[in-house]
Design a binder for this molecule. Structure first.
Ligand SMILES: O=P(O)(O)OC[C@H]1O[C@](O)(CO)[C@@H](O)[C@@H]1O
Length: 551
């Protein structure tokens, strides 16, 4: 573990010096002088290709970044992650999501022989439930098969399962419709329930803690809806299952203990789709596909654990992010899937990355004096092109981008997919190459513009270029590939957390708002006595009370 801060290490300082020279060199120059650039700066694993050649790096940059990884003890921390050390030190816990996708039914995880049998027992329990639902043997209270599954959860108990169910929709069971309710705004629950029949609906209450306000409130409202629509108390067992580490709270809610799928405190919420939290995924695509998803993640785990740092995909992605973020002044990172089924990937990655690395205190509790986690945003292409790409191309921020696409679509239709891919490749090229004032002037001249028009308009049409991106290409978005992709990002986030010497596995920053909301909820009641708030919050509370009184 680092005793000096990473920024004080010689490796960090060498990168700072190097960054000054790299400010003078453009990507266009780097490509012009190096025909082997793609070969040297690309990696592939089981068909997943990472092209990182369009980054503002040289061999020296990479070497210096690798030195930083060694100086911050990345190899040792990586081993600590896989062997179940308490890497989440503020909560005194391991972060063993990698064990969830370990295919071995027994054996040791860091010396512990109990973990793998427990994981596989829950997978077997899931398999039984999934099979019964998919084959129509899990019957509702009128003896009809289940047609609709409503996952009630939030954060990691929603974003991962929802994103994967959307991504793998081509593999979905034709009878089963999946619904996801996360927001405490009743619009979400009521819209999901509209049109559902209680006798053919199964609710999955997904909450690691089973104390989360949004999930518990939605779960109780769903339970009331079920009873009001004709279900009886004794039918709850057929229509409600829970996924939680908290058996007591599950029983108190009234769910049959046999319908609880457990997991463990060493599974972080945002790393939990591989656990029973993935039940909705398994119901939708089947247990074999769910196991393929796990197998893909496991393949990436093996690669991350064993490949040399210089040829290691998550390490390379993590180091590139550190390079831009800490040495070239980037503050954001765009994730741009050119695949509509991956439309929730950016939202999922927001939690994975920003909840993990949005920290400003290091592992020793000291304030950090360097930037940590970037702002993650994105949308599927080509939609994003017509929204925020303007800023990426011509704005004043440096925003490294990840482009992702399958080369074959599950939805072949005319030339749609070729057009989609052409747009993605063109965007990455445009960001890198840009367009000079001379090129613009020449084009305008050819189009018949006058010299005055050219002088006035050309500066607005110039693209500086030199804007970096990674491209991830794969044959098709199947469960295994998706598993690899998601584990790739998990490990990238881990790598960055190690370099920044922060704990990527806690999330204390979400607590204060939750705590204050309890008091504000009381204060919103019409007859609430005044309680201390700042003038702004006080006035807003009064306004809400006034507006809620008027019809
Ligand atoms: O699964 P739970 O315990 O309901 O928590 C949901 C989410 O809430 C958080 O704790 C943040 O509020 C996330 O980390 C977690 O994924």
């Amino acid at each position: 573990m680092m005793s000096i801060t990473p920024a004080a290490s010689p490796a960090w300082q060498a990168l700072q010096t190097h960054a000054k020279t790299m400010h003078q060199i453009t990507l266009q120059d780097l490509f012009a002088h190096d025909e082997q650039r793609f070969d040297r700066f690309s990696l592939s694993l089981n068909g997943l290709l990472l092209d990182y050649s369009k980054n503002r790096i040289t061999d020296e940059t990479l070497q210096l970044l690798l030195n930083l990884a060694e100086a911050t003890q990345l190899p040792q921390m990586r081993e600590a992650l896989f062997t179940g050390e308490a890497v989440n030190l503020t909560e005194g816990r391991a972060a063993l999501h990698t064990a969830l996708r370990d295919p071995r039914r027994d054996g040791a995880v860091g010396g512990d022989m109990t973990i793998l049998p427990q994981i596989h027992a829950v997978l077997d329990q899931m398999q039984d439930c999934v099979q019964r639902i998919r084959e129509g043997d899990w019957k509702g209270f009128t003896d009809e098969p289940i047609t609709d599954v409503v996952n009630i959860g939030i954060g990691g108990s929603d974003l991962g399962p929802l994103m994967v169910c959307e991504a793998l929709r081509p593999y979905a069971h034709p009878r089963l419709r999946m619904h996801f309710v996360s927001n405490i705004d009743a619009a979400h629950l009521l819209q999901a329930l509209a049109g559902l029949k209680p006798q053919t609906t199964l609710f999955i209450i997904a909450s690691k803690t089973f104390t989360t306000q949004e999930t518990l409130t939605n779960a109780h409202s769903a339970r009331r809806w079920f009873l009001e629509q004709g279900g009886q108390e004794e039918d709850i067992a057929k229509h409600f299952v829970a996924i939680s580490t908290n058996p007591r709270a599950v029983s108190e809610f009234g769910i049959d203990p046999a319908n609880r799928f457990g997991f463990w405190d060493w599974v972080g919420g945002r790393y939990s789709l591989w656990s029973a939290i993935g039940l909705s995924i398994a119901i939708s695509v089947g247990m074999d596909r769910f196991r393929e998803l796990l197998a893909g993640a496991h393949a990436m785990d093996q690669h991350f654990r064993k490949a040399p740092l210089a040829r290691n995909m998550p390490v390379i992605l993590g180091l590139l992010g550190v390079w831009y973020h800490n040495f070239l002044g980037a503050t954001a990172h765009a994730v741009l899937p050119y695949d509509q089924p991956l439309h929730r990937l950016p939202a999922y990655l927001q939690q994975l990355d920003m909840e993990s690395n949005g920290k400003s205190v290091d592992r020793q509790g000291r304030a950090v004096h360097y930037s940590t986690g970037p702002i993650i945003f994105g949308e599927p292409g080509t939609n994003g092109q017509h929204a925020f790409y303007q800023l990426i191309h011509q704005g004043s921020h440096l925003i490294p981008c990840d482009f992702l696409a399958p080369c074959q679509s599950h939805y072949p239709l005319g030339e749609h997919h070729e057009m989609l891919l052409a747009n993605m490749l063109a965007q990455a090229e445009a960001l890198m190459q840009g367009k000079t004032q001379e090129q613009v002037a020449h084009e305008m001249q050819e189009a018949g513009h006058s010299p005055a028009e050219i002088a006035a308009l050309a500066p607005h049409r110039v693209f500086a270029g030199n804007r970096p991106s990674n491209t991830l290409l794969f044959p098709k978005l199947d469960p295994k590939t998706l598993g690899m992709l998601l584990a790739l990002y998990e490990h990238k986030v881990f790598v960055q957390g190690v370099i920044w010497n922060i704990n990527s596995f806690d999330q204390w920053g979400v607590e204060l708002g939750k705590q204050l909301a309890r008091q504000v909820l009381k204060d919103l009641r019409q007859d609430a006595p005044p309680s201390p708030h700042d003038a702004s919050t006080q006035a807003l509370i009064q306004t809400v009370r006034r507006y809620r009184q008027s019809s």
